[in-house]
Design a protein around this ligand. Structure first.
Ligand code: XBP
Ligand code: MG
Length: 252
């Protein structure tokens, strides 16, 4: 192994399939708690996912799907409170162990750590959600496995803007060619490619139909010895298992 120095993981759809059965019901629980008769169904949520960021997604919903809603005087405050309520519901769901990691995630993280690679996270979701997901699935100590966790509002522009990846590279002290990113969505791919990072896609529930032009490979998931991942497009790993050697070989 030679050039690869760090793996940068997206969270939602990559570390875990969080959108349909995690974030969406958490939003709906928050709507109920705040006395709103909104219901984000599975298909509607798929359309709302075109906008990255929970707060931004609520605002988009109001603009595009709830014209009859009379917004309160302080809309920013209202959206902020509603999103904070949603985050509480999402974290409670994680703490109940409701959202496991996707196939191959823990295996690859452990392999990368033993190989001396740096680990980082570049996500649109909030830091609270990231820490709760890691804590619930990997234990408290796992938070220290990641040299950098770039999340949520730490950057001005969310995916597909490359800001969060630039932020993570800067904090890692590395350049794009030292890293490989693992993403699940076209938005995420545009962000990582916008920062010049070689990117592997593991498609998730809502992103199967996305345009993954520019991805080094598009895979079903990272694979396990007993559950190899199918190759959707591009040069897949041997035996359907993404390992450090395969990722290193993707670097120019
Ligand atoms: C995906 C997102 C997030 C989540 C909701 O993040 O767009 O906004 O849908 O999380 P990722 P918040 O970059 O990890 O794929 O409500 O915390 O924004
Ligand atoms: Mg994602």
């Amino acid at each position: 192994m030679s050039d690869l120095k760090a793996l940068i993981f997206d969270v939602d759809g990559t570390l875990a399939d969080t959108e349909r059965d995690g974030h969406r019901p958490a939003f709906n629980a928050a709507f109920r708690e705040m006395g709103l008769d909104w219901d984000w169904t599975v298909p509607l949520y798929g359309r709302l996912l075109q906008v990255a960021g929970g707060k931004e997604r609520i605002r988009h919903y109001l603009d595009a799907f709830a014209p009859e809603f009379t917004p309160p005087a302080d809309l920013d405050r209202f959206i902020g409170d509603l999103h904070a309520c949603k985050t509480r519901h999402f974290v409670a769901m994680l703490e109940r162990g409701g959202i496991p990691l996707r196939p191959g995630v823990l295996r690859l993280i452990e392999e990368a750590r033993s190989a001396g690679l740096l680990l980082a996270i570049a996500t649109t979701t909030s830091l609270t959600n990231v820490e709760s997901l890691l804590r619930a699935n990997l234990g408290e100590a796992s938070l220290d496995w990641f040299r950098v966790i770039g999340a949520g509002d730490v950057v001005p522009a969310k995916k597909p803007a490359p800001d969060i990846y630039h932020h993570v590279l800067e904090r890692l002290g590395l350049s794009a060619r030292d890293c490989v990113a693992i993403e699940d969505s076209a938005q995420g791919l545009r962000a990582s490619r916008g920062a010049g990072i070689v990117t592997v896609i593991t498609v998730s529930g809502y992103t199967v139909e996305d345009d993954f032009s520019g991805a080094a490979a598009v895979l079903e998931h990272l694979g396990e010895p007993e559950m190899p991942g199918r190759v959707v497009r591009g040069q897949g790993p041997k035996r359907g298992i993404v390992d450090v050697g395969y990722l290193d070989a993707l670097l120019p």
